[in-house]
Design a binder for this molecule. Structure first.
Ligand code: IMP
Ligand code: MG
Length: 181
């Protein structure tokens, strides 16, 4: 499929699953090396990063602890609401080295809010990996140690990411057609 429609909006193919897989393997290799002796907690941020996390984790060669948190900010809009709802389930990261797995860092508000929350739980260290980043949209400065693709101000769906909860299951990533280049 070269294009799809969600809620009457046209999205065109932007990154193929093959391109994504190559990038994910590169990131996984670095993480595999960097966290070798660190017994990390891999913290998957639901829901958008499920595909990224699953593919990445397949390339980690040692045992690691996987935990989940939920973060919601967008609702049905394409702009961040600025308010983040975080659900930490039974998160336990005290004295652990944490690696956060995010789908996309846009304004940075979500990641910043996650980081502030996690720091209170006294982990040894926290690092972040994101598949996509939109540096031009950043409102809050956040450190991201591993980034797959830097993209311009484009709204994307697929590979876990949604528009109004649709499009997550697409294996490629699509971009809204009239997004600015
Ligand atoms: P931020 O708080 O503005 O950095 O937004 C981060 C969250 O918004 C991400 O974790 C995504 O879930 C969602 N998001 C940001 N940009 C997009 C996009 O282009 N498509 C789908 N979801 C997005
Ligand atoms: Mg997300």
């Amino acid at each position: 499929m070269d294009s799809i429609k969600i809620n009457n909006k046209k999205f065109v193919k932007f990154l193929s699953n093959k391109e994504i897989q190559i990038k994910v393997s590169e990131i996984a290799k670095k993480i595999d090396e960097d966290f070798k002796d660190k017994n990390p907690v891999i913290l998957v941020v639901l829901t958008g990063s499920i595909f990224f996390a699953t593919d990445l984790l397949k390339d980690i060669s040692y045992d690691c602890n996987i935990q989940l948190i939920s973060a919601k900010s967008y609702g049905d809009k394409m702009e961040s609401s600025g308010k983040v709802k975080i659900d930490k389930h039974n998160l336990n990261i005290r004295d652990r080295n944490v690696l956060i797995i995010e789908d996309i860092v846009d304004t940075g508000i979500t990641l910043n809010s996650i980081l502030n929350n996690l720091r209170k739980m006294k982990p040894l260290s926290i690092k972040t990996a994101t598949l996509l980043s939109k540096p031009s949209k950043r409102i809050v400065t956040v450190d991201v140690e591993y980034t797959g693709f830097e993209i311009s101000d484009k709204f994307v769906v697929g590979y876990g990411m949604d528009y109004a909860e649709y499009g997550r299951n697409l294996q490629d990533i699509y971009v809204l057609e009239d997004s600015n280049e």
